[in-house]
Design a binder for this molecule. Structure first.
Ligand SMILES: [Zn+2]
Length: 341
């Protein structure tokens, strides 16, 4: 029923691709991050992921005037149809019952449950179990076959409690402002940035954010998420006594900060690796992650109780760790061609 076709997941009986990186006729999109969301002919997603995709696809096309030269995946929103399914409202196709349920990764992020004669199959997409101020709480459903990501599938990846990370972020921002330096947090424009806004805003720190972060924050606000007041960064009017949240791509500081006293921090689970932030070129790193850490990956498997675990997007040796616990596990090589379920 579900197979891997040159690395892309395909549910044949449903004629449905799953998080395909190539544009398809009909594809389930688990969430709005660029490495999962492509402009397929029909996008199957939750209403909030659809909202995010509409904004992302339209931003991409406004930057690219020669539309006729673009592959379908980069073409305008108007050629994309959205098939929206809220969390836990199942629908039926070809004697299968399909359900989307929360992955807790970013706003609207979902997992896909397919139930049929062969049993229950769950595809997690990216997920986390840690509590969040801005994302729908995650769920775990029992299944027979589980296909999960294992980005942080090594024992050293144990994230500190969120409150502790939040406290350190706030302290860093306050100390910077007291020293007359502008604190800059680098965070992905979808998900991490809005969580950082909620954390820092709760401490009444004044915020400014990059335009791409503002665009996503507006989707969060439309969806009913509570975010603190903030300003969209403008080079002409930027006030350096604000905390700035900026996308990590390019690492370049905004023009208004050139020549000013600045302190920088990256928000990433990889900050657990001592010195990882040196790789990012920042002074500090805080392990604020949108992914499950190692104990959360194990907890997920324990609660879902699958007879088989398939793994992607992460450390291959997590397979051996699961096998050592008596769990039947297999890593999906990116270009494998095989039947999964
Ligand atoms: Zn993601």
């Amino acid at each position: 029923m579900i197979s891997l076709e040159s690395g892309a997941l395909y549910a044949g009986a449903l004629d449905l691709w799953i998080d395909s990186m190539r544009s398809r006729e009909r594809c389930y999109v688990s969430h709005g991050h660029a490495d999962h969301a492509r402009a397929h002919r029909t996008v199957v997603a939750t209403p909030n992921t659809a909202r995010i995709c509409r904004v992302r696809f339209s931003r991409r096309t406004t930057r690219a005037p020669q539309l006729s030269l673009l592959p379908h995946s980069e073409r305008p929103d108007r050629s994309v149809t959205f098939e929206e399914h809220p969390f836990n409202v199942p629908w039926y196709e070809s004697e299968h019952r399909l359900t989307l349920f929360s992955a807790g990764h970013v706003l609207g992020s979902s997992q896909l449950l397919i139930e049929g004669e062969a049993g229950a199959f769950v595809y997690t997409g990216d997920f986390k179990l840690a509590p969040s101020l801005t994302v729908e709480p995650p769920e775990i459903k029992r299944c027979d076959v589980l296909l999960m990501e294992c980005t942080f599938g090594r024992p050293q990846y144990v994230f500190p409690p969120r409150d502790e990370i939040a406290g350190e972020m706030i302290a860093f921002a306050r100390e910077s402002l007291e020293c007359d330096a502008t604190p800059v947090f680098f965070a992905y424009s979808l998900g991490k940035a809005q969580e950082a806004m909620a954390i820092l805003g709760a401490a009444a720190l004044p915020l400014a954010v990059h335009g791409a972060i503002d665009a996503m924050a507006r989707v969060y606000l439309e969806a009913g998420v509570v975010l603190p007041p903030y300003e969209r960064y403008d080079a002409q009017t930027f006030d350096p006594t604000r905390v700035l949240i900026w996308p990590p791509g390019g690492k370049a500081l905004p023009p208004a900060l050139r020549g000013r006293n600045v302190r920088t921090a990256i928000l990433t689970g990889w900050a657990i690796d001592r010195g990882a932030f040196f790789r990012y070129g920042t002074e500090r790193g805080f392990a604020l992650s949108d992914h499950a850490d190692y104990p959360a990956l194990l907890a997920y498997v324990e609660r879902a109780q699958p007879r088989k675990v398939l793994l992607n997007h992460g450390w291959r040796d997590f397979t051996h760790r699961l096998r050592a616990l008596g769990i039947d596990a297999e890593y999906l090589e990116p270009h494998a061609q095989l039947s999964l379920f």
